[in-house]
Ligand binder design. Structure first.
Ligand code: PMP
Ligand code: GLN
Length: 398
């Protein structure tokens, strides 16, 4: 038996070896380096409400949250999360045993997967999927089983094929990992699609972890949490966060709502990841969650106008456009521009026209399925979007 020297052995373990640097970090760095307009990483270029910023400053000054907050989150925020779920969805959760505050949705996803999976368990997830899902499933020793959302150019939307979902579930499936509104496609799963997921989860006795960080960024009928479907409250781990809803992506305040045994399991993993985080911001987010309906309506109206500005601009620039029903993102098809490789397209775009975008292929296991699709974020100031559109129209003249 040969003994491998430490220099022969890669430093990064084999569970993470495939993951490299996130596409968001890569593309944001490219934008900074080239001075291009960054429509890649999804963060707003205008901060959230002044009064909520002031609430964070007040908490800091008053010494609320400057030392370790309680492990499950400050009671004010847990109560506000429970009130929010009741106010918007009629769901009732006990702030003490059914709400857990996390370091953004990112930690909630990681903790849920690390807590609920045994090595070898299968996780069914909708492809394309948010990049941290694959990495966290891998860190937990799980196996991901993608179910590909199908693009329909005629309707400009993506669909879940319920039969494919059904076929993906095996005796090794532990959980379904769902995301609606969906990044990167901007799809909001229909009631029928959600009902089918719920029925399948009950029939096969599966847990569902559902990432609903874009719950307030929906442009048609409102968001419906999976936990509202029959039989689902007891088997659903619902995840959300303040980043998108209140335009403070740097604060990293997220939360989990679920039945007590599920929250207890997720908390067991979470306590050894960050233990706690974002002390003063937790108080500010508690206030944010209680903002009047007019705040949420204003956010949606503002984003809807930006969606249409960018979607129309991309269409006029020659892209195939999937006009999203939710999120910050527009997925485009670059084939009408005579292109087919989203990676190459995105890497060349800053030089060609001074704009950065994200190749959807990074969100796929079946990379061929995602190759010609490219994601643009519209959570940017109107003048920035107008300038980006002007630049993108230059592509047609090349
Ligand atoms: N899930 C999805 C689908 C996302 O797009 C993001 C990025 N904002 C996250 C989770 C991470 O959320 P947070 O910034 O609250 O950690
Ligand atoms: N959720 C953001 C996006 O999809 C990025 C968050 C990150 O950089 N990890 O663009």
């Amino acid at each position: 038996m040969s003994c491998m020297s430490s220099t022969d052995r890669p430093l990064l373990n084999r569970r993470l070896a495939a993951f490299g640097t996130t596409i968001f970090a890569e593309m944001s760095a490219l934008a900074v380096r080239t001075g291009a307009i960054n429509l890649g990483q999804g963060f707003p270029d205008t901060d959230g409400p002044e009064e909520i910023r002031e609430a964070a400053v007040r908490a800091l000054r008053d010494g609320r949250g400057n030392q370790y907050p309680p492990g499950p989150g400050v009671p004010e925020l847990r109560t506000a999360v429970a009130e929010h779920q009741r106010r918007w969805y009629g769901l009732s959760y006990d702030p003490d045993s059914e709400v857990l505050v996390t370091a953004g949705a990112t930690e909630a996803i990681a903790a849920a997967l690390l807590a609920l999976l045994e090595p070898g368990d299968e996780v069914v997830a909708l492809e394309p999927y948010y990049d941290s899902y694959a990495a966290c499933i891998a860190m937990a020793g799980g196996t991901r089983v993608p179910v590909t959302l199908r693009p329909d150019a005629a309707s400009g939307t993506y669909h879940l094929d319920v039969d494919e979902l059904r076929a993906a579930v095996t005796d090794r499936t532990r959980l379904i990992l769902l995301n609606t509104p969906h990044n990167p496609t901007g799809t909001v799963l229909t009631r029928e699609e959600l009902a089918a997921v719920a029925e399948l989860a009950c029939e096969r006795d599966l847990i569902v972890v559902t990432d609903e960080v874009y719950e307030h960024l929906v442009f048609g009928a409102g968001h419906t949490p999976l936990a509202t479907f029959p039989g689902m409250r007891e088997r659903t781990v619902t995840i959300s966060s303040a980043g998108k809803t209140f335009s403070f992506t740097g604060w990293k305040v997220g939360w989990v709502t679920a039945a007590p045994p599920l929250v207890a399991a997720v908390r067991s993993a979470k306590q050894f990841l960050t233990f706690v985080s974002s002390g003063p911001f937790q108080y500010a987010v508690a206030e944010a969650l209680r903002l009047p309906d007019s705040y949420f309506e204003g956010l949606r109206a503002d984003l809807l106008a930006k969606r249409d500005l960018l979607a129309d601009g991309l269409r006029d620039a020659g892209f195939g456009v999937f006009r999203p029903s939710g999120t910050y993102f527009i997925t485009t098809d670059i084939r009408p521009l005579g292109e087919s490789d989203g990676f190459a397209f995105c890497r060349s775009l800053p030089e060609r026209c001074g704009v950065v975008a994200i190749p959807n292929a990074v969100f796929y296991d079946h990379q061929d399925q995602g190759a010609p699709f490219v994601r643009f974020a519209f959570c940017k100031r109107q003048d920035v979007l107008l300038e980006a559109v002007t630049r993108l129209k230059g592509l047609a003249a090349e």
